[in-house]
Each structure stands twice: as structure tokens, then as C-alpha cells.
Design a binder for this molecule. Structure first.
Ligand SMILES: Nc1ncnc2c1ncn2[C@@H]1O[C@H](COP(=O)(O)OP(=O)(O)OP(=O)(O)O)[C@@H](O)[C@H]1O
Ligand SMILES: [Mg+2]
Length: 248
């Protein structure tokens, strides 16, 4: 059976001639349906580039990228993207932002869908607030709801929690996993945070030109819910930190 996402021999360069910069060199990985995969690696190694290519925002590359058996061609509502900074429209309320892409849905149905996502991300009571009235964590919740409202089969997240304080971050990490389990969606998240990756991922892809094939893939088989203080968790985190210190 084919994997839900298949990346084969992916290469990507920016610029031309003397100014050509090869960012990705022979990257290979797969993501199974329902899997939570984290992508980690040093700054500038091409993590966001991979996300943009899988989302279809950038279509120039060498190699193969298949999602659900098909070559990625342009963006699609089946692939939601969440960036580090929320991209809410400042002139719309939380509810209007979340429902923005449901243009062709009837008024009552739209209200119900939007409300269910507001509840899901814990923003009840803030439906009529504007983005500037929200804290960073609340704005990112609204951003997540706005991406989920289209029921994407694949959610691509680019450091979605990196600008948040430690407590908000931990709360949102827990919620992200709960949402993934409930919606049965497949997630690929870029993060700088090794603890976040070990807490959330079924599989971690480490990117570095120092690996023979450009990437190293490690499964995380710790039982869930994961205890950040357990011996196994701490040991795995230490193991990743050691590899990370060598490859970056
Ligand atoms: N549109 C572009 N034009 C030219 N170079 C680019 C472009 N986008 C990215 N790059 C270069 O490609 C490399 C990888 O960028 P990318 O944003 O994918 O890195 P990253 O791993 O996400 O880094 P960070 O952890 O800092 O977010 C960088 O050297 C960057 O300068
Ligand atoms: Mg990036």
C-alpha cells in the first residue's frame, strides 16, 4: 500500500548560475495516513521549503512528491497550512476569520461548523473579538481553527507554537494531539523544539546535509499520553540533543 505522503529524491535550488543555492539534496521520506510527523533541523536547512513544496505553494523542484497517490499540483483545501505567525484578517472577528473559506455554505450550517471549531480550540466566548483583542496563544488557536474548518486530510504546520510562552505552548501541544486523534488527520509539523517533537511525533525526520541521504528518520514509540518527566522521554530527548549538536 502506498504511503499518504511520499517524497522521493527531492532536490530544490534557489537562484541560477553562480548564485545557485542548493537547499535540499536527495530528501526521501514517507508519512502514513493518521501519522504525526515532526521535521527538525538547523536554521536554514530547508524545513519551510519542504512544507511549501508539499503544500503546493512552490511547484519548482526535482524529484517526486505524492500526496494521496497524486503528484502535488497547486494548493488544495485538502492540505491546510499553519504558519508561525497567525494570518488572521484584522478587520474580521474570530468567527468571521474561521468561517472565511466557507463561502458556499448555508448561513445556519456555516454558523454550526464555525461554532464547533471555536469549541474545539477552546475559544468559546471570543467569537466576536477581533485579532488585536486576542493574546498570542488565542490568535494561534483561531488560526488553527481556520485551517481545520476545511477538514484538511493533511495539516502542515510551520513552527506554530514557537512564538508562544512555555505554558501556552504546552497547552496547545496537548490540544493539537487531541485534535489530531479526534479528526484522524495526518500532520507534518516543523519545529525547533526537540521536546515538542518527542512529545507529539510518531516519527521524527531530522534534516541535515551531514546525513548521507540528507535526512534521518527515527520512530518515537513512547506510549501516550506521554510523560515529559519519564525516564524514557528524558533519555530520548537527550539522544536527539546529542545528534542535533553534531549535525547542525
Ligand atoms: N524564495 C527564496 N529565494 C531564495 N532563497 C530562498 C528562498 N526561500 C528560502 N531560501 C533559502 O533556502 C534556505 C532554506 O530556507 P528555509 O526557509 O526552508 O529554511 P528553514 O529550515 O525553514 O529555516 P528556519 O529554521 O530558520 O525557519 C535558506 O538558505 C534560505 O535563505
Ligand atoms: Mg522555516
Amino acid at each position: 500500500m502506498n504511503s499518504y505522503v511520499q517524497v522521493n529524491h527531492l532536490c530544490k535550488s534557489f537562484g541560477q548560475g553562480d548564485r545557485k543555492l542548493q537547499v535540499l539534496k536527495n530528501i526521501n521520506f514517507t508519512i502514513e495516513e493518521g501519522e504525526f510527523v515532526c521535521l527538525i533541523g538547523g536554521s536554514g536547512c530547508g524545513k519551510s521549503t519542504i512544507l511549501r513544496l508539499i503544500s503546493g505553494l512552490d511547484e519548482e523542484y526535482e524529484g517526486e512528491i505524492f500526496v494521496d497517490g497524486k503528484t502535488v499540483c497547486g494548493t488544495s483545501r485538502e492540505r491546510g497550512v499553519i504558519f508561525q505567525k497567525h494570518r488572521l484578517f484584522p478587520w474580521l472577528t474570530v468567527a468571521e476569520n474561521i468561517g472565511y473559506s466557507l463561502q458556499h455554505t448555508g448561513k445556519k450550517e456555516k454558523y454550526e461548523i464555525v461554532q464547533s471549531y471555536i469549541d474545539l480550540v477552546g475559544l468559546s466566548g471570543f467569537e466576536r473579538s477581533y485579532p488585536k483583542q486576542l493574546s498570542g496563544g488565542m490568535a494561534q488557536r483561531a488560526n488553527i481553527a481556520r485551517a481545520l474548518v476545511n477538514n484538511p486530510k493533511l495539516l502542515l504546520l510551520d513552527e506554530p507554537f514557537s512564538a508562544l510562552d512555555a505554558f501556552t505552548k504546552i497547552a496547545l501541544q496537548k490540544e493539537m494531539y487531541r485534535i489530531k486523534e479526534g479528526k484522524k488527520s495526518t500532520m507534518l509539523m516543523v519545529t525547533h523544539d526537540i521536546e515538542e517533537a518527542v512529545y507529539l511525533a510518531d516519527k521524527i525526520i531530522m534534516l541535515s546535509p551531514k546525513f548521507p541521504t540528507g535526512e534521518k528518520i527515527i520512530r518515537v514509540d513512547l506510549p501516550r499520553p506521554r510523560d515529559r518527566n519519564s525516564k524514557e522521554f528524558v533519555e530520548l530527548k537527550k539522544y536527539f540533543l546529542i545528534i542535533f549538536s553534531v549535525i547542525r
